[in-house]
Design a protein around this ligand. Structure first.
Ligand code: OGA
Ligand code: ZN
Length: 368
């Protein structure tokens, strides 16, 4: 049965026999005409300014399974597939295989609950890769097992996902205690829970830390789901959440070669108020430069959040072994490290990053 069309001055309403109704402004229909996209690249080739904003169709009809619209002065009509126009009605998000809602987790998940995947499977089997990308996005954290004792092995898994994100620490980096460190990670000290490179305009997305050796006493890894902490903060102390979303914190990293700074809130939310990003690194927070009258209020909120990250209700701990790699969304899941004693054994991790956009692209391409 055909859908029912109703035309108005500004657009068209389509009502399908099952009651689904779409309202389509004419300017949208003109701009979205499939013929206005490049046949090879799929990019929009149509020039929006070539038609008036108040364009109206001269004639609208359903014919041969398609919606056909004639435009004044145009030499050919626009033709839309009816199924497509129904699925893409305004107000409806385009279907996206990478639209995987996060599952917040707390201490109960425990180290045993972290999703695990075998490196060989992820490297060689597209279905295993797709499953692993989805579950890692859902939890923001996963462990890849069975990596060979090769400093490039973890990097190869990262490259299977997408392009590496290069930073001032290189395309890849070695986490070992060094004699002249430019970063606390390169000492044997404990690292409290943090996200990396909050001083960057865009902090890196997924972080890969391949454990090559972890023989020293200590050196366990800690994690907490920053999104879970932030969502709980919303219930516990909405005023604190509001400040952490609104106040721009200055972050800074500087060494002999660089001085990289960015201002950003500790927590970001989307238009629906859901937490989309946590950006928390006490070591990279620069001198707070808020007006004096806002300072103490912000410190209160910031300390509440900081204390929550240390609450045993949220954190999990595990000690990585050689051949294991943690992979986590650095813009959501906070990571840390227990201190270790370099006199008792060698500890070496090799790290790299792949941004969220690359991750999501791989999910979509595998879902085609
Ligand atoms: C880092 C880091 C954790 C570790 O390099 O940013 O947090 O386990 N390292 O050494
Ligand atoms: Zn770190």
């Amino acid at each position: 049965m055909h859908p029912e069309l109703t035309t108005e001055a500004t657009g068209l309403t389509i009502r399908w026999p099952d009651g689904v109704t779409g309202t389509y402004p004419y300017i949208w229909l003109r701009d979205t005409d499939p013929a206005g996209f490049h046949p090879q690249t799929g990019e929009r080739a149509f020039d929006l300014t070539s038609v008036p904003l108040d364009i109206m169709a001269e004639d609208v009809a359903v014919s041969g399974g398609g919606l056909v619209l004639r435009w004044p002065g145009a030499d050919r009509p626009s033709r839309f597939d009816l199924e497509w126009i129904r699925a893409n009605r305004p107000g409806q998000r385009r279907a996206d295989a990478a639209d995987i809602p996060p599952v917040p987790w707390r201490a109960e998940i425990a180290a045993e609950g972290i999703p695990r995947a075998d490196a060989q499977a992820v490297l060689t089997d597209d279905a295993a890769l797709a499953d692993w990308l989805a579950v890692t996005k859902r939890y923001g954290l996963a462990i890849v097992t069975g990596l060979p004792d090769d400093p490039e092995a973890g990097v190869a898994v990262a490259r299977r996902v997408g392009h590496l994100r290069e930073t001032n620490f290189g395309t890849t980096f070695e986490v070992v205690s060094k004699p002249d460190p430019n970063n606390l990670a390169y000492t044997a000290d404990a690292l409290p829970l943090h996200t990396d490179l909050t001083n960057q305009d865009l902090p890196p997305g997924y972080q890969f830390l391949h454990c090559l050796a972890n023989e020293a006493a200590g050196g366990g890894s800690t994690f907490c789901d920053g999104a879970a902490v932030a969502e709980d903060l919303r219930l516990r102390d909405p005023a604190a959440l509001d400040l952490l979303v609104r106040v721009q914190v200055p972050f800074r990293f500087h060494d002999a070669d660089t001085d990289i700074r960015a201002r950003k809130p500790v927590i970001r939310t989307d238009a629906d108020g859901r937490v989309t990003e946590v950006c928390f690194n006490a070591h990279l927070a620069d001198i707070l430069d808020l007006p004096a009258e806002e300072m103490t209020g912000f410190y209160r909120a910031y300390r509440v959040f900081m204390q929550m990250t240390r609450d045993p209700a949220y954190g999990i701990a595990l000690k990585l072994s050689g051949g294991e790699m943690v992979v986590f969304d650095n813009r959501r899941v906070m990571h840390g490290r227990q201190a270790f004693d370099p006199a008792t054994g060698f500890r070496r991790l090799r790290g790299c990053y792949v941004d969220r956009g690359e991750w999501d692209s791989r999910i979509r391409v595998l879902a085609r």
